[in-house]
Design a binder for this molecule. Structure first.
Ligand code: ADP
Ligand code: MG
Length: 254
């Protein structure tokens, strides 16, 4: 695939003597949704974090929309980008965490407008109008001037998604976006993610929500012990897994 929006090649990452990513190759095409499943500790979060250089790879490469992440190539050498360049790069890679990570002292509106105005230096009026549209899209028009502490977990996570969208990212990474939510709030967040999928947003979603994966994923990837064990359509991986480890994992989460 030449036009992959996200392209990981032979990515290795260790923490001390623990090899957490053992040669991961992953391509996500523009407009595609890849869902990553796998046991706790298999390297899913670390993999997502390499995509925006929150973790530096030890070897291999990460490319987003044709741009090498975290490094500049000069001849056959690689030089790490400056902190400032890394921050610029990160503004085009949305990240939605399990724990929402909203700014507690800012209103919902300010949470959404902060980065586009300060990091991207876009005109305030344009960003304000965008925030209104995005908060409407995630069903939170009535909470626009509330503070995060006044919202439910599901509402906070929807604000976090609107905040990611405001940066007009090339790709949005979701790391277990519903794991911290009470069960009755999971659906409202997954509905927003589904809406993004339908509208062609490129996404990588780590989740244990197998029903969601079946419905939304173009590709499901099963990871174990730092490797991609198998990948395919939801029907292939979820309904007819070829590997025993995948079967065992699915038998525990389904
Ligand atoms: P997953 O998201 O699949 O549960 P992680 O990527 O969070 O897995 O972690 C994979 C392994 O790497 C785990 O054994 C974890 O303890 C370890 N790990 C993750 N981050 C660090 C870190 N910053 N320092 C040391 N070990 C880490
Ligand atoms: Mg994780």
């Amino acid at each position: 695939m030449s036009a992959a929006m996200v392209d990981l090649k032979a990515v290795h990452k260790s923490f001390g003597s623990l090899e957490v990513l053992r040669g991961v190759d992953l391509q996500v095409g523009a407009g595609e949704v890849t869902v990553i499943i796998g046991p706790s500790g298999s390297g899913k979060s670390t993999l997502l974090r390499t995509v925006n250089h929150l973790e530096k790879v030890d070897s291999g490469s990460v490319t987003v929309d044709g741009e090498l992440v975290g490094y500049r190539r000069a001849g056959d050498r690689l030089y790490e980008l400056s902190e400032r360049e890394i921050l610029r790069q990160r503004t085009r890679i949305g990240f939605v965490f399990q724990s929402f990570n909203l700014f507690p002292h800012l209103t919902v509106r300010q949470n959404v407008t902060e980065a586009p105005t300060s990091a991207q230096r876009r005109p305030k009026a344009e960003v304000e109008a965008l925030a209104v549209r995005l908060l409407e899209r995630v069903g939170l028009s009535d909470k626009i001037d509330a503070y995060p502490r006044q919202l439910s977990g599901g509402q906070q996570q929807r604000v976090a998604i609107a905040r990611a969208l405001a940066l007009e990212p090339k790709v949005i990474l979701f790391d277990e976006p519903t794991s911290a939510l009470d069960p009755e709030l999971v659906g409202e967040v997954l509905d927003v993610v589904k809406d993004l999928a339908v509208s062609g947003t490129t996404m990588i979603v780590v989740t244990h929500e197998i029903g969601f994966a079946r419905e939304v994923a173009d590709t499901v990837v099963f990871m174990d012990e730092g490797r991609i064990v198998e990948r395919g359509t939801p029907a292939q991986v979820l309904d007819a897994p070829r590997h025993e480890r995948t079967r065992l994992f699915l038998s525990k989460v389904l």
